[in-house]
Design a protein around this ligand. Structure first.
Ligand code: PMP
Length: 461
């Protein structure tokens, strides 16, 4: 359906190039324009209401437009000092406060915070830090970085290379050299028939060790991992997975980088996903809910050992030659600090924990549905994976685009969710109520019924 002439949707088609969008489709149909938000709902230009079951892009933890305190924090900072930078030892006072706060909040002893504007930039920064310190430590051959199939670490050159999704590599001449891929810890998809989660985790760790030995431990610097894999399909590893993986990394002096961009700030029922999944990182990256998605800000935390290596090399090279104009932007830092205060005051972690049983109960309601292969979730993040054949776990033909079609149909039922292939992801604002969680899955149920009808009608089942 082509957009109404002169509507925002039509103007979007005329003037705006989107990320992660089929440009041809956008030209034909126009953009899906959101004009305002309230609570966990957003509204399109025709005034239609949608329950945002994805907190926008896994980030609007406090919902939309109901935090006058964040506005006030931004305004106050804009009046006092709208901008300053972090080069040549300079820094805005509020940026110092945020650095201290984040280091104190870390799940394991961390030493310093470095600020960026996006999760991608934070992960690219970490790759450069790792190369930099290993050159400084006199082991320039120890540079390769391991990440996992279906990992998501962003879209900039190094981060996209770490991302383990083919769509981010095809025709971009990526990944760059020196990125190694290890197994995705998704038991439902990659476990052998009859294999327990525990045995699967052991197999993942053994496979990691084989990779390290094949490449040479002296050539591998670090491994990146999301505690719960988000954009790859909300993949929750087996309970013992990280303990087993970390034992291998430790043995070969390989750093572990926890990408907390989705998991951080309460999402999984602890302040950090690392706590939920038993991860002891050397470096952490975070973004999104750090400012409740309200302003762009990301951070890297490094432990003392990493910091000292970086410090010593920067002394040798005069400076650490990596800086971003808007690193630690004071207005973003002020909003992040206020966000963290709100999380504390509202006991956001307790809130997620209290809602988790309701969220999981509603998610698991679909377990018996003939088109549902797996329902998985933790805290307030989850996914429902659709399959053509429940018994064999056979997926639908990708050309049917069952997941993306369900997402489109869900719009008719006033629901925004996200498809990762045929897995439908749920990651609502953490301020969602119990009744709204139930309502979100009622809307999903209606959407799924429409999809089942379409598949049956067209003979795809
Ligand atoms: N890491 C993870 C785990 C993410 O989910 C994302 C974004 N979805 C990123 C990194 C990249 O963040 P950004 O889009 O802010 O660059």
């Amino acid at each position: 359906m082509s957009p109404r002439p002169n509507s925002l949707a039509a103007r979007d088609a005329a003037f705006h190039l989107h990320g992660y969008t089929n440009a041809q489709k956008n030209e034909q149909e126009g953009g899906f324009v959101i004009t305002r938000g309230k609570g966990i709902y957003v509204y399109d230009e025709n005034g239609k209401e949608y329950l945002d079951g994805m907190a926008a892009l896994w980030c609007s933890g406090l919902g939309f437009g109901e935090e006058p305190r964040l506005t006030q924090a931004a305004v106050k900072q804009m009046q006092e000092l709208p901008f300053y930078h972090t080069f040549t030892q300079k820094v805005a006072s509020v940026t110092v406060e945020l650095a201290e706060k984040l280091v104190n909040l870390a799940p394991v002893p961390m030493s310093k915070a470095y600020f960026c504007n996006s999760g991608s930039e934070a992960n690219d920064t970490v790759v450069k830090m790792i190369w930099y310190i290993n050159n400084g430590l006199g082991r320039p051959q120890k540079k390769k970085i391991i990440s996992r199939t279906k990992a998501y670490h962003g879209v900039t050159v190094a981060a996209a290379s770490l991302t383990g999704l083919p769509g981010l590599h095809i025709d971009f001449d990526l990944p760059i050299a020196g990125i190694l891929r290890t197994d995705c810890p998704h038991h439902y998809r990659f476990g052998n028939p009859g294999e327990s989660e525990e045995d699967f985790a052991t197999r993942c760790a053994e496979s990691l060790e084989k990779l390290i030995l094949r490449e040479g431990p002296d050539t591998i610097a670090a491994m990146f991992a999301e505690p719960v894999m988000g954009a790859g399909g909300v993949i929750i590893p087996p309970k013992t997975y990280f303990a087993k993986i970390q034992a291998v990394l430790k043995k070969y002096d390989i750093l572990l980088v926890a990408d907390e961009v989705i998991c951080g700030f309460g999402r999984t029922g602890n302040f950090w996903g690392s706590q939920t999944m038993g991860v002891t990182p050397d470096i952490m990256t975070m973004a999104k809910q750090l400012s409740a998605g309200v302003l762009p800000i990301a951070a890297v935390l490094v432990n003392q050992r990493v910091y000292e290596a970086l410090r010593d090399n920067s002394a040798k090279n005069t400076v650490f030659g990596h800086g971003i104009t808007y690193s630690g932007h004071p207005v973003c830092a002020a909003v992040a600090l206020e966000t963290l205060k709100i999380y504390e005051e509202r006991k956001i972690v307790d809130r997620v924990r209290a809602l988790e049983p309701v969220f999981l109960r509603e998610l698991q309601r679909f377990r018996e549905h003939p088109l549902v292969g797996e329902c998985r979730g933790v805290g307030l993040v989850g996914a429902i994976e659709l399959v053509k054949d429940k018994a064999t776990r056979q997926s639908f033909d990708a050309s049917l685009a069952v997941g993306p079609n369900l997402v489109r149909i869900a719009h008719n039922h006033g629901l925004i969710i996200r498809a990762v292939g045929d897995s439908l992801a749920f990651c609502p604002p953490m301020v969602i109520s119990e009744a709204e969680v139930v309502d979100m899955f009622v809307r999903f149920e209606k959407s799924l019924a429409d999809v089942a009808e379409w598949l049956k009608r067209d003979g795809h089942l």
